[in-house]
Design a protein. Structure first.
Length: 113
């Protein structure tokens, strides 16, 4: 099969179509790269593997002041607060919080009695 490539300004492959649907100036190729074609650039007649990095998740911030030892559910996740945390500070696992579960907390209570 013969294909036409639709490229972004930085030569990333945006899509491919059959040659008969090609717009003027689109590169024509006889094969496509394996996998996700958007992970490739088309440079000087060659496919260059260059995956787009996964976006980093937004950091979770304390929505209020928290005290050490407190349990809190923030954005649907239960945390044990390890240090005093002012509102707006980023939560960092094993630094100022520990992600926990109800079961884990019940086990701790059983051990204390």
């Amino acid at each position: 099969m013969i294909y036409a490539l639709n490229l972004s300004p930085d030569n990333r492959i945006l899509s491919a179509t059959f040659e008969q649907y090609a717009a003027p100036g689109q590169p024509i190729v006889d094969s496509l790269p394996d996998g996700n074609i958007a992970d490739y650039l088309y440079v000087d007649g060659e496919y260059v593997y260059s995956p787009i990095p996964e976006p980093q998740p937004e950091p979770i911030r304390a929505d209020r002041n928290y005290s050490a030892g407190e349990l809190a559910t923030i954005d649907g996740v239960m945390y044990e607060i390890l240090t005093n945390i002012p509102a707006g500070v980023v939560l960092v696992e094993r630094q100022n919080v520990h992600q926990t579960t109800i079961e884990e907390q019940l086990e701790k209570l059983k051990e204390q009695t």
